[in-house]
Structures are given as structure tokens and as C-alpha cells.
Ligand binder design. Sequence first.
Ligand SMILES: [Zn+2]
Length: 304
Amino acid sequence: MLSCCSSVKNQTSNGTGKLDTQLLKDVEVLSSDAYQGRKTGTKGAEMTRAYIIERFQKLGLKSYPQHVNYAQEFTFNSKNGNAAGTNIIGYIPGKGTNVIVVSAHYDHLGIVKDEVFNGADDNASGIAGLLKIAAYFAKNKPNNTIIFAAFDAEEMGLQGAKAFVANPPTPINTIVIDLNMDMIGHSDKAELYVCGTFRYPDLKKYVVNTNSNIKVLFGHDDPKLGRDDWTNQSDQGAFHAKNIPFLYFGVEDHKDYHKATDEYSTITKEFFSNAANVILGVVKNIDKQTGLQQSLKDKMIMKN
Ligand SMILES: [Zn+2]
């Protein structure tokens, strides 16, 4: 299986093993029992939105006029009929028209048979990563406009991301890439996957790892892998369906995946801190480019 995957060349090592306090705090709060597993349409999901909105406000993220207080509401067909969800969308304006979307889903599975499925890794970790990246660019203004999209109803079939690309706050052709995080906080092997470079090999150069305490691997993006091709298994799939380039960051399924034990105590804290730093580095490298759209779309390799 691992023959599918190649490793990012480690540059000189300066791994520190330092933990990121705010990152961990965000996960600890959002995966606490008070949030009831953050299932779409529940009180827990509403509390999660309130938490993200407060963080967005404190960071000074802007809200699009069509989204009242960052909220993009949508409806979708679920197996129980019509359902409603709410994405939380903030942005930091850049200098040109190009837009980078940084995304993560905030919903999870809720309470199953009286047990809270806290979803610490899936995907409180991705939301915490998103907030970390937002905090960086709130202080260091980006070249490109960056939209921070906290999606709802991913667990019900990428519904929030589908609603976003169907009705984006900026013309769809201005979105040059989606950088999606889903499960970046739990790897006993300290392995983070970057998925998407099979179709977009040009994106490999933006992925740089200088920390010997984490392995960054390319893979899980070749359609020949079937179920092990993760392209459509999280929100990046909705962007891919619109031919928008993407990178997805995540770990392989672990023993606590979609279990009640996916809770704060099983987050691998040093790995998580390192992973979030690697991802922030990728976003920074991509944001350094202007004229991204040209370079990505011209070199896009469609191997569907
Ligand atoms: Zn997930």
C-alpha cells in the first residue's frame, strides 16, 4: 500500500517538539462533552459556530455581506428528508482578485447510543488548524484573499462544501485552490499525508518540511487506489468536482476513527502541533505566489 506514497524530502532538521497551546485549547474545548459531538442541526453544532464566530471576530476576519455574521445557511437532502446546515465563512482580503480557500469541517457524529462522539481529531483538529492559519494571516497580510471556511454537514456527504461551491461568496473562477484539513491531530507514527499532488504535481514544491519529528508524505490521491484515493472523501472533493485544484491534509484512519474514543486524550499533541506548522508553511508558500491561477490551471493534469 505504501508504494503509493512518496516522502517529502526533509530539509535540515530543527524540530523542537514544542506544543502549540492555543491549537490544543481549541481542540480541547470543541471536543469536550459540552459540545455533544457537534452533529449538524444540534445544539452542539450551534455552540461550535458560536465559538468559531467569536474567534473570527477577535482575529478581525471579515464577513461577506450576503453572510450575516459569517453564516452561510443552506439546505440539503438527507436520508431523513430535507435538512439544514450552516457554514461559517470569514476572509482576509488580499491585493488581487485571486482567492485561496482554507477549509475544515466542524461537524461530527453527535451522540450515538448515549455516547458522545467527541471528534477531537475528526475534525476539531482541522478547525483548530484553520484558526491558527487565520491568526497568522490576520497579523501578516496575505497577497491573495484567503477565505476561511468552517464547513457543516461534511459527515452527511460534504454538504457544506457542496453548498459553498454552488453558491460561493466570490466568483468561482477566482478561487485558485482549496487547502483542506480533516484529521490532522492523531498519528502514532507521526505521519501527515498531503493528498492532491497526483493530479497537481506542480503543488509538490510548496510542501516543505524542516522538522524531523514529523513525516510528511504524498499519496492517497491516485484514482487507481479506489477507496484509498481520498480525493472525494472530504470537503476538497466538492472543489475538485468544480475543477478547482486542492491539497488535502490528513492522517490515515486510526484506532479511534469514528469512535467515542476520538477525544482530546487521544490527540497526539506533539504531532498535531508539528502538523499544523507544516500546513501553515504550505499556505504561506502558496500565498507567496501571485498569478497562481495561471500556473495551476495551465499545468493541471486531469487523470480522472
Ligand atoms: Zn472528517
